[in-house]
Design a protein around this ligand. Structure first.
Ligand SMILES: Cc1ncc(COP(=O)(O)O)c(C=O)c1O
Length: 392
């Protein structure tokens, strides 16, 4: 018998269900199997390829990079600057906006949470449910208090906007509101422009702090359209945070490319936020990994590479939207998919139906009924519709 250890007190944690789905799918011998589980873009052949623009940037970086010496906790600052016109529609002055590179959108969210906790330990963060399953753990890990309201009704495929507005109208000044910028994960249901305006008004009127999570810009309606709601909210308040991810729209997933932007009303407050962000980043990861952000910088510094990236992003977005339209046209019960955005949607299925789809039809999806529509092609849409009809 070994001696008692500090670590005996740890509780076993559940395995990530979506990741275990990968193994089940891989081991399934059925040729017609469909993988609608893990949330990465797939092309017509089911691959998640490295983008042409990324390959070209990698070749250029290999040629030109002269040092791998340390950067600072802010990472590649030029990268964060070059992204600004894409995210905000313009470049803001350094005394209006602090921007730092982070390890993915996840790192940006964690850094935002740490900044909020440094300002007010235990501050309340409002999350609409359902949401990305990592949102609450990230906020709680920083010691924040999570409060929820119902955002989306899976059974009727409706955004519960009245419930959202009621929750925000009852929130206290200084509470944080986490908003999906576009391509809601998991629901696929975004706010309309009018709803964004109403949210911006209530956030401003009540002195709430928006934390926009923009992880799929360009995969919904287009780069500009997908940022419109976020820009509206950010422009309506003195202080705001935006957590960005380049991992999906540049296909850089495992390179972990993100950014945190903090907007403040005064130059002094911008500086205060920047200095706190940098010291928190230093305590978390010292400095972010360089490679992926350097690739995005190389692309955005070059007009031809930027144009090629935009073209590749358009191909991804168009493919996702074609699959959405084919599903909506193929089955009236799926008409809602044609009105939604991005790769994800929550189908009104029970966990049991999801199990039958896997067992009898080789359709793999999360137990919640979330599907990654990029796992389908126009050729497999009819098979998927038939499978859904069989379990209804
Ligand atoms: C809504 C949302 N926010 C943030 C992230 C984090 O992205 P990253 O892989 O860049 O950390 C994800 C990833 O799935 C996401 O779905």
């Amino acid at each position: 018998m070994s001696a008692p250890s500090l670590f005996d007190a740890l509780q076993q944690q559940p395995a990530d269900a979506l990741l275990s789905l990968i193994g089940l799918y891989r081991d399934d011998p059925r040729a017609q199997k469909l993988d609608l589980g893990v949330g990465v873009y797939r092309d017509e052949t089911g691959a998640t390829p490295v983008l042409r623009a990324v390959k070209a940037a990698e070749a250029r970086l290999l040629e030109t990079q002269g040092s791998k010496s340390y950067l600072g906790p802010e990472g590649d600052i030029r990268y964060a600057e070059l992204l600004q016109p894409i995210v905000f529609g313009r470049t803001l002055a350094a005394d209006q906006l602090a921007g730092v590179q982070t390890p993915g959108g996840t790192g940006a969210l964690r850094l935002a949470a740490d900044l909020i906790a440094a300002a007010r330990p235990g501050a309340k963060v409002w999350l609409g449910t359902p949401t990305w399953p990592n949102h609450a753990p990230i906020m709680k890990a920083a010691g924040l208090t999570v409060a929820t309201y119902r955002y989306y009704d899976q059974a009727t495929q409706t955004v519960l906007f009245d419930e959202m507005m009621a929750a925000l109208s009852g929130a206290a000044a200084g509470d944080v509101v986490l908003l999906h910028g576009c391509c809601h994960n998991p629901a696929g249901a975004d706010l309309t422009p009018d709803q964004w305006r109403a949210v911006a008004e209530v956030v401003a009127a009540r002195g709430l702090i928006p934390l926009v999570d923009l992880a799929y810009q360009g995969l919904g309606d287009g780069l500009e359209q997908d940022a419109a709601g976020a820009r509206l909210v950010l422009d309506s308040v003195p202080d705001a945070l935006l957590a960005y991810s380049c991992d999906k729209n540049f296909g850089l997933y495992r390179e972990r490319v993100g950014a945190l932007y903090a907007k403040a009303a005064t130059p002094a407050r911008t500086e205060l936020m920047r200095s706190n962000i940098l010291s928190l980043a230093r305590a978390n990861w010292s400095m972010p990994p360089d490679h992926g952000a350097a690739l995005v910088r190389v692309i955005l510094e070059d007009a031809a590479l930027t144009a090629d990236w935009r073209a590749e992003l358009t191909v991804m977005r168009t493919r996702i939207n074609q699959v959405r339209q084919a599903l909506a046209a193929g089955d009236s019960a799926l008409a809602f998919l044609g009105r939604q955005h991005g790769m994800f949607s929550l189908l009104p299925l029970s966990a049991e139906q999801v199990g039958v789809l896997r067992r009898d039809h080789a359709v793999y999806m999360a137990g919640s009924g979330r599907v990654n529509l990029a796992g389908l092609t126009l050729a497999t849409v009819p098979q998927f519709i038939d499978s859904l009809r069989a379990v209804r």
